[in-house]
Design a binder for this molecule. Structure first.
Ligand code: ZN
Length: 571
């Protein structure tokens, strides 16, 4: 909900008619409105005219009443009703055409959304916006961001990663509901804003609604009979006709926003493709974004994936469909007559879609003063959903044996290819050990010339660290090896349901916790064998074996012996 409010219905609201707050939610008009003298007045400052004041007081009262009502139900133990009311009310607030100028810490917003979606049951804690502020500002009650060079915020903050922006009414509501703080708001009056309102090279604050690749889904707006009753009770003075208008204006949309579980037919050796697709199909942000892509002939992979999504969307749960289009498109790369590699296919498909969305780009190694700048540049050149969801960044530090200088290089990553750490006994490998092995400091036999002293190192001490964590972490276990001989390592790799990669990240990396999202498993030997996948649909784990889909009742997804690609989602 907070993380998904890109599409907002255009409403001809009263404030617009007054001509004093002509701020629409979309970036263009918002940007435009800042350039005009007539700027939206913030609540804590002067208020324009009487009509506006009455409107505001009314709105505040409505919000306060709603908060009281929700809290009352919650105290009475009527949780479901309280969530119903809260969800529909906060959705309506978010959809109001007002500038989004209030900060909410991202994790809090995600948890809150999950709570409203009933994915988690714990009632949200108090709002923890202090995380966004430098130490000396974290204790304040209210922080007003005035200029591009504002130093009250922590440097390096990014929208949809560290915070989301809300409009005033939504903020007032959640602040009254859950307390905490501080209130962090952008003062529009002192701003002459570009679409990226602030960009001092360190902090990158952009308007939430200005972000083109916003996570978005159609919220299910539910209204219970009790709620309609309450609407009537709450406003006895309103006549019957108005009441019916009020209730009619609330749309009931039973449209599911998550895909049903659907099998994929396998006419020949396509289990590598099917298993990879089933994992991708569990990523809601990817589905939502690719479904919204305009039809374009030159985006053939994106369109083929979109067609697949639509087919799955309209299929009966448990049925199986054909993926012929994608199969044919991949024939050049993946010959149909033989078993192919699911990892290779996964990366191929992602890179083809990425290329179609942002254009073909050669990745050139460039020098950057720090990881953040390298990342900002990379992100600005790749503003696509694949980068948003899967890309991370790794810094590699090389130690010069002559001058002792440490040189850093930064590379974007889409996945981690982990060699299996072999242990003699027992024949059980832990994923975490493989990661430790992958990230350990190593003496590499590599000729490397130091930039500082120009000394040519014959071998170099090198350490890699994660400097940007991806939203979805793809871990590829290198089971198939060519050297010393072509073989498959069949040992079981134990992987956790919750993975914390803090140890492998640079100190200032904040969100390092991941939860298992999908597993692609390979059974059998090097040539031949079979791929299956475990993935979620509507919060339920399924076992996808081509056209046959079964509920994963025994939680096999947690300990499949053939795990080959493991997908984690950032928490
Ligand atoms: Zn040197």
């Amino acid at each position: 909900m907070f993380i998904c409010c890109k599409t907002k219905p255009k409403k001809d609201n009263k404030q617009q008619k007054n001509g004093s707050t002509a701020a629409n939610s979309d970036a263009e008009s918002l940007k435009h409105s800042k350039c005009e003298e007539d700027i939206h007045k913030e609540p804590f400052q002067e208020i324009g005219n009487k009509t506006q004041l009455t409107e505001k007081v009314k709105k505040l009262q409505e919000i306060q009443n709603k908060v009281n009502r929700i809290k009352t139900y919650r105290n009475q133990g009527n949780i479901n009703l309280s969530i119903d009311i809260e969800k529909s009310f906060v959705t309506s607030l978010i959809e109001q055409d007002l500038p989004t100028t209030y900060f909410v810490e991202y994790r809090w917003a995600v948890n809150y959304t999950k709570f409203l979606e009933r994915i988690i049951q714990d009632v949200p804690q108090t709002i923890n916006n202090d995380k966004l502020l430098t130490e000396e500002n974290a204790q304040k009650e209210q922080v007003i961001i005035k200029s591009e060079k504002d130093t009250q915020l922590l440097p390096g903050l990014q929208p949809d990663r560290h915070y989301v922006l809300l409009n005033e009414n939504s903020w007032i509501f959640i602040h009254l509901m859950y307390g905490g703080g501080p209130t962090i708001m952008i003062n529009l009056e002192t701003q002459v804003m570009s679409p990226d309102i602030f960009n001092d090279g360190q902090t990158n604050v952009t308007l939430h609604t200005a972000n083109p690749s916003k996570i978005s889904f159609e919220p299910i707006i539910e209204i219970s009979k009790q709620e309609i009753q309450l609407l009537e009770d709450s406003d006895k003075s309103t006549n019957q006709r108005q009441i019916s208008q009020k209730t009619n204006s609330i749309k009931i949309q039973p449209k599911p926003y998550e895909l049903p579980y659907v099998g994929l037919n396998n006419p020949k050796y396509y289990c590598y493709m099917n298993s990879a697709l089933q994992c991708l199909l569990s990523i809601k942000e990817l589905n939502d974004s690719l479904l919204k892509q305009q039809k374009q002939q030159n985006k053939k992979f994106t369109m083929a994936y979109q067609d697949l999504l639509k087919l799955v969307q309209n299929s009966i749960p448990g049925s199986a469909i054909s993926v012929e289009k994608l199969q044919n498109m991949c024939l050049n790369k993946f010959k149909y007559s033989q078993q192919q590699d699911a990892h290779e296919f996964l990366l191929y498909l992602l890179s083809e879609i990425q290329e179609e969305l942002v254009g073909k780009k050669k990745y050139q190694k460039e020098e950057f003063p720090n990881a953040q700048q390298a990342w900002d540049v990379y992100k600005s050149r790749n503003s696509d959903i694949i980068t948003d969801l899967f890309a991370g960044q790794i810094a590699s530090k090389s130690h010069c044996s002559q001058c002792q200088e440490i040189s850093e290089g930064f590379d974007p990553i889409i996945d981690l290819n982990l060699p299996l750490l072999k242990k003699s006994i027992p024949r059980e490998i832990k994923l975490y050990d493989c990661l430790q092995n992958y990230f350990k400091e190593e003496q590499i036999n590599d000729v490397w010339k130091c930039d500082k002293c120009q000394f040519v190192n014959k071998s170099v001490l090198r350490k890699i660290q994660i400097t940007q964590t991806p939203k979805y972490l793809i871990l590829h276990l290198k089971r198939f090896t060519q050297i010393p001989k072509s073989q498959k390592i069949i040992d079981e790799v134990k992987y956790p349901e919750i993975l914390d990669i803090k140890e492998f990240c640079e100190e200032n990396v904040e969100y390092t916790k991941y939860a298992l999202k999908g597993v692609i498993s390979h059974m059998g030997q090097l040539n031949g064998g079979h791929y299956v996948a475990y993935a979620q649909r509507q919060n339920q784990w399924y076992h996808f074996d081509d056209n046959i889909v079964t509920k994963d009742k025994n939680n096999q997804h947690l300990s499949d012996k053939g795990a080959y690609i493991i997908l984690y989602e950032q928490q």
